[in-house]
Design a protein around this ligand. Structure first.
Ligand code: DHE
Length: 503
């Protein structure tokens, strides 16, 4: 009797200790991690921290990420703030299954839909006067707003509140009237530029990557990390059209790295993060009813040699050039042949998503910044040999040019020289100028005007600016105050799939 009484007390104490450690770790998580990764670990500015999302990250590596930060992300180092035991406890915490399985069903998607205006309810005539093809949208990350900018006068036309933490490029309808935004927490917003109004919104997932709009302007495909799926919407109403669970033949599910529209192919192409496959999905008309049966039947899968965290396409959309963040090289996937046909020697962490192409000495070249090393790799696309590695003052994130510009611009996003932006002569592959427009503040991401005559650069600061340069003389012309402006998106360059910009 006595023995069993003590056993119960000991067990109770042990549970108490475990519960205490758990509560301590939960408070640590709340204090240091939740503002970026979400209170429930479902993601926010940072990715979701759940066992299924961490399948490619060993626990030893997770320890080092928390201690030392993570290259190419906003993840800071916690070594000076947390003890080794606290870091280890946090690692265990994020690899523990959550109390409630995160789910976002078809019904959740449909219930989230907000329709402010029915299709065709708003007039098809702009309520302001400007060249509608030379407008810019500037995403202001600092206070979650978007500014619509006149691309001739550089006067702001309108500023409106966005969803929390927009990420990736907003995508325009082919005529440039509507734009679709995706937020990291899954909200898709359709905005009518002519009428300066939000038309409709829908929450596609819990943790979203990006979206793509079909060339016929009829559908929008959304790539998610959580749930592991692709979600298709009718572009007019944001009505749900289909959900494609991302799963391979062996039953392994995967996050989607990103999805893009491939105009000449009339398909959407997605690369996967946890399964070595590329998915190609043909456009689908909105009158096809949603089926709950085998939804992946219409997907063409292409096996690849490695995961694809980062990728882009050649101008004809015949080739996909991609790389895994941990690999020592990239791979070239021939989309017609449906297989990997070449490899590219690209050490470090090439940021192929920011890759651009141009003609150099009668050759087509691709140039990509590197998220780990201060260099831009220039590659001959006929034989995939590296022609030149241009040394920069630190790892870069975004690279840009324009068909009509002799220059390509690349930022120095990370490290002590983050205030610098390099201008590269596309015909000599030499840096011709390094700009330092706001000492001490990150200068990053440029976008050209429709005719390529001006360049807009962001100063990523709460007290930030968009700076306008003459694209030929490289002289500064104007500064527009903005709240941590990140990406800028020109209607013409985006809708025409201009080679020097992201798609
Ligand atoms: Fe991005 C685009 C992935 C971190 C700002 N980023 C993209 C795209 C992908 C991507 C796949 C292309 C989507 C599109 O346009 O359709 N980004 C990733 C990452 O995997 C990474 C490294 C880690 C993560 O947190 O997800 C990452 N990105 C960041 C940032 O930390 C940045 C600098 C600040 C932020 O907003 O979170 C950032 N990413 C951007 C921007 C674009 C982008 C501004 C659009 C660029 C463009 O001109 O099209």
């Amino acid at each position: 009797m006595k023995k069993s009484f003590f056993a119960v007390v000991l067990l109770g104490l042990a549970f108490g200790v475990v519960a205490n450690v758990q509560t301590e770790t939960e408070s640590l998580y709340k204090e240091h991690c939740s503002s970026c990764h979400g209170v429930e670990r479902l993601g926010g500015m940072g990715p979701a921290l759940l066992p299924e999302n961490l399948s490619r990250l060993r626990k030893s590596k997770a320890l080092s990420v928390i201690a030392n930060g993570r290259a190419a992300t906003q993840m800071p180092a916690f070594e000076a703030v947390l003890s080794a035991e606290q870091i280890a406890a946090l690692v265990e915490h994020v690899y523990t299954k959550p109390k409630h399985k995160p789910e976002w069903s078809d019904q959740d998607i449909e219930a989230s839909q907000i329709v402010n205006f029915k299709p065709k309810e708003l007039p098809a005539k702009p309520v302001f006067d400007a060249d509608m093809m030379n407008l810019f949208l500037v995403v202001e990350l600092g206070d979650h707003h978007v500014t619509l900018l006149n691309g001739d006068t550089f006067e702001p036309i309108h500023r409106f509140k966005s969803r929390f933490a927009l990420h990736g490029g907003p995508k325009y309808s082919p005529d440039g009237r509507f734009v679709y935004f995706a937020s990291r927490d899954g909200w898709i917003t359709k905005y009518d530029i002519y009428n300066l109004k939000v038309v409709a919104e829908v929450r596609a997932g819990i943790n979203t990557r990006n979206l793509a709009v079909s060339s016929d302007g009829k559908s929008v495909m959304v790539a998610n990390y959580l749930p592991n799926n692709l979600v298709l919407f009718d572009a007019e109403s944001l009505d749900l059209m289909n959900v494609y669970p991302v799963i391979n033949a062996s039953g392994q599910t995967s996050r989607v790295s990103a999805v893009y529209n491939a105009p000449p192919r009339n398909t959407f192409i997605a690369a996967l993060k946890d399964v070595k496959e590329v998915w190609e999905i043909p456009y689908r008309s909105s009158d096809t009813t949603l089926t709950t049966g085998n939804r992946v039947a219409e997907v063409r899968t292409i096996e690849v040699n490695d995961y694809l965290d980062d990728f882009f396409f050649d101008p004809d959309y015949k080739l996909l050039i991609g790389a895994s963040r941990d690999a020592s090289g990239g791979q070239v996937v021939d989309l017609d042949q449906g297989k990997v046909t070449s490899s590219i020697p690209l050490p470090g962490m090439p940021h192929l998503g920011s890759g651009i192409t141009w003609e150099y000495q009668d050759k087509q070249v691709l140039a990509t910044p590197n998220l780990k090393e201060g260099k831009v790799s220039v590659i001959d696309m006929s034989n995939w040999e590296v022609i030149k590695e241009i040394q920069t003052e630190g790892p870069g994130f975004f690279m840009r040019s324009h068909e009509k510009s002799p220059y390509a611009w690349v930022d120095v996003f990370f490290g002590p020289n983050k205030e610098a932006v390099h201008v590269i002569d596309k015909s000599t592959l030499e840096i011709v100028k390094t700009l330092r427009p706001s000492p001490g503040k990150t200068a990053a991401h440029v976008e050209f005007t429709k005719d390529g005559s001006k360049v807009l650069l962001s100063i990523w600061d709460m007290d930030g600016e968009v700076i306008v340069y003459d694209a030929t003389t490289l002289k500064e012309e104007k500064r527009l105050p903005m709240v941590k402006p990140s990406g800028k998106y020109n209607v013409w360059n985006k809708t025409q799939y201009e080679r020097g910009t992201s798609h």
